[in-house]
Design a protein around this ligand. Sequence first.
Ligand SMILES: Nc1nc2c(ncn2[C@@H]2O[C@H](COP(=O)(O)OP(=O)(O)OP(=O)(O)O)[C@@H](O)[C@H]2O)c(=O)[nH]1
Length: 506
Amino acid sequence: MAFENLTQRLQGVFKNFRGKKKITENDVLEITKEIRVALLEADVALPVVKKFIRNIRARAIGVEVSEALQPAQQVIKIVDEELTAILGGGEVALGKSPKIPTIIMMAGLQGAGKTTFAGKLAKRLKDTENARPLMIAADVYRPAAIEQLKTVGKQVDVPVYDEGTDVNPVEIVRHGLALASEKRHDYVLIDTAGRLEIDEKLMDELIQIKAVAEPTEILLVVDAMTGQVAADVAKKFNETLDISGVIITKLDGDTRGGAALSIREITGKPIKFVGTGEKLTDLEVFYPDRMSSRILGMGDMLTLIEKAQGQFDEAQSAKMAEKMRENSFDFNDFIEQLDQVQSMGPLDEIMKMIPGMSEIPGAANIKVDEKDIARKRAMVLSMTPAERENPEILSPSRRRRIAAGSGNTFIEVNKLIKQFNESKKMMSGIMNGDMSAMLGGMGGGKMPNMPAGMPDMSALGDMGGAGMPDMSAMFGGGLKGKVGKMAMNAAMKRAQKKLKKGKKKK
Ligand SMILES: Nc1nc2c(ncn2[C@@H]2O[C@H](COP(=O)(O)OP(=O)(O)OP(=O)(O)O)[C@@H](O)[C@H]2O)c(=O)[nH]1
């Protein structure tokens, strides 16, 4: 994931100041010096770094000692706010023309991910607005480009207008637009040619296409992996084309992330979407505040909640939460929830979004063993509905048969049932208000140090127990790697201990 090093560096910086009663001017200088190094290492453009540091210093020196926040937390809050500002402040929606079609022109260097983005955007417009987009293939220099756009078009079921490679792209765009008007398409996405580097001919052609198409949006697609180059490219394209927004692709990769941090400041144009994978669903609206908390390692709570809300049926979630509270959550529910959680995305990605996760030693290396989860699912599916409801009725011979039927061993079946019962107990405790058990467990007691205003873990409870609380059941044996397992076990043990203590008090 992008920003990993930057996040680690920044967390390291703040750790040293945690719990301090007072932060002196010297402390601020120290902190900002370290932040400066971290940003430069992440490939953020120097002028952007300078401005950022200047702003933080101006605000952090002489911070008022607030009742609610420790000084270090106040500094983190300032850094978070300034980071959000540098990323653009708030999200900027895609423009829409008052009369159809809305024309969106895409530009960028070769291989930046233009064509892929065109497909992602077409899909998104279809899914969210029921739109009927038309895509125009105006990249005539790379014959494969037209084929690629057509393939993407087929995947998302969106027509592609092309005239092969022998016609002037400006004419292709003109004809494509005429067709779009005739067929009353509400969006037109123009895929233009990329070059290995910026050249005059490419720019001239783009200027001409812009003049003909009069697009509502000119979106520059840049590859996050190219670091400083991406910022330079954006600057040049903006000077020539006056773009309306930027798309940053490949933010899923192992990039240092500097481009994402520099581009807004350098071009003055908003980042509208980020690409987070090769699949056509891997597109996210860019929210500066969420990106900032992700970079600061506070966990992308909001993205997680949004994802969850998008995927979970509320009534269904409330029912599950109730079941957990009553301790009547069974294997049938387990399978249902597993399906829902997995539809949110790969589990290790979801785990990483949980705040505090990055503070558990070795958590970054946690790999969710999807195979192990598949094995568990197979075991559960081999049970009858009545057995899923009450696994205690499973006789040894039935357990043996389930093991054989799902390609597991007798011991594994027993282990699954035992694990399930244990986590069920714990979850019921948590759902009955003892979130501290979970909090203490997950963050090693560090969670309460989060700055005010950060949504706390109880938000998970608000999700109606939507899938998260029972994750331990899956992760119990599903975490790959010794470190991951140890971290998780320790966290769970701590949580259980707290639970017991809480009970005794009552
Ligand atoms: N990991 C990852 N890969 C991406 C993303 N977006 C695009 N890619 C990959 O990047 C490569 C280039 O993407 P294209 O869409 O072909 O790039 P293009 O800008 O259209 O390239 P030209 O047609 O040559 O100008 C492809 O292999 C894509 O699968 C992303 O968000 N994440």
